[in-house]
Write a protein that binds this ligand. Structure first.
Ligand code: KG4
Ligand code: ZN
Length: 394
């Protein structure tokens, strides 16, 4: 069964083709990072506008490149929430129109459930395409040449190596089986979830304030490193001493359970930056590396200590770390080291950590029986409980 997935919940316009929930045929991601960078964060109105301009051409191109038309696809899947509602609406309304016109079932998917499923999808490196969308003088999105198929930055000036994740495409080396513990670490979410099956989830805990990715983005902003901050903080941390500065590890007592809190860490970073002086940090690479490495180590430590507690209490022996922050090399290395002999740790390839439609098309395969036809009452939702998405008439 071939499913065409659509994802537009934030600042990536993405289209993917996945067979039987597992085999990735194509994953096309048009990233808007360069558009939002100068504003230091995602501008919802610009994101929606760029999705409108990019989505249909991306779908056409993805199908054509694979010698397919909509008639060859068995179903459409779309992220229905949570996310920026204007951005989600572009995907949802486009998917409804296409499913109606082509007489195909339409399967709505929860964005975080998609992230949790992302390690289950894999494909050859030439299945991945990464494009960077820019704004022209009128603030409308313009098309740029795609990066090389393997996700490495091309020579085009629009595809900045600094903004792309190195080693974007890299296959997982171990199979994941249900049930497993999922640690979601993205720009909008930090949570620990028992993933019992593709349709059953038990949320153990979430962040009470900022998400892990948001914390990285905020430090990057304080240091004027750019946006999105995670990869830039990681790069700046390179060679730094992770013990140089003491950052708090909030909500670590047992009674806090599985809740995370990253706003205290952000405040501590702000105080540290003020105490050191931002100009001095900018001119002293070693100092900046120590600061970023210490901050990164605090985030990683909090995430992995909570995950360790959850593994112990649930008895699960598999941990999937998903979402944009799962690209982070320090998190990957530390998780592998801490859980050696305790649990199998699985990360999706970096191209499937950040937002993508492959995880949506993959998970939709398991939700197909819930959505036999195309329901035109489907709506985008900014917030949505974790689980299979129900249509309004169900
Ligand atoms: O999953 P994602 O693409 O979007 C959301 O659903 O939020 O995650 C984006 C987040 C951003 O906050 C970004 O800074 C962070 O993931 N991120 C990283 C890295 N790459 C992306 N954080 C730390 N280290 C990285 N290498
Ligand atoms: Zn996401």
């Amino acid at each position: 069964m071939l499913i065409l997935g659509i994802e537009t919940s934030c600042d990536e316009t993405s289209v993917a083709l996945v067979e039987d929930g597992r085999r990735l045929v194509a994953s096309d991601v048009a990233s808007q990072v360069l558009m939002h960078e100068k504003f230091g964060g995602v501008v919802p109105e610009l994101a929606s506008r760029a999705h409108i301009q990019k989505l249909i051409p991306l779908i056409d191109e993805c199908l054509a490149r694979n010698d397919l038309t909509l008639a060859d696809v068995d179903a459409l899947a779309v992220t229905a929430g949570p996310g920026l509602v204007g951005a989600l609406l572009v995907g949802v309304e486009t998917a409804k129109a296409l499913a109606f016109a082509a007489e195909k079932p339409l399967i709505p998917v929860h964005h975080i459930a998609g992230h949790l499923y992302s390690p289950m999808v894999s494909g050859p490196s030439d299945a991945y395409r990464h494009i960077v969308t820019q704004l022209d003088a009128d603030n409308s999105a313009v098309e740029n040449a795609p990066a090389k198929a393997n996700g490495e930055a091309g020579n085009s000036p629009e595809i900045s190596p600094a903004k792309s994740t190195p080693g974007l495409v890299q296959q997982r080396d171990s199979e994941l089986e249900f049930p497993y513990l999922g640690l979601v670490v993205s720009g909008g979410h930090s949570s620990l979830v028992v993933v019992q099956s593709p349709v059953e989830f038990r949320v153990l805990g979430e962040t009470v304030d900022d998400a892990a990715g948001e914390a990285f983005d905020k430090l990057a902003k304080l240091l004027s490193l750019g946006y999105p901050g995670g990869p830039l903080v990681e790069r700046a941390a390179h060679g730094g001493n992770p013990k140089a500065f003491k950052f708090p590890r909030p909500m670590m007592r047992r009674e806090h359970g599985y809740q995370f809190s990253f706003s205290g860490l952000k405040t501590a970073a702000l105080q540290q930056v003020r105490a050191l002086d931002v100009e001095k940090i900018a001119s002293d690479e070693g100092l900046r590396a120590d600061l970023c490495a210490s901050f990164q180590a605090a985030v990683v430590d909090v995430l992995l200590k909570k995950a360790a507690m959850a593994l112990e209490e649930t008895g699960l022996r598999q941990l999937a770390i998903v979402g944009g922050v799962a690209c982070n090399g320090a998190l990957r290395a530390e998780a592998a080291q801490r859980f050696a002999g305790v649990a199998r740790v699985v990360f999706p390839p970096p191209a499937l950590c950040t937002d993508n439609a492959a995880m949506i098309a993959g998970l939709a395969y398991h939700h197909r029986d819930l959505h036999a036809g195309c329901d035109l009452t489907l709506n985008a939702q900014a917030t949505l409980p974790l689980g299979p998405v129900r249509n309004e008439h169900q």
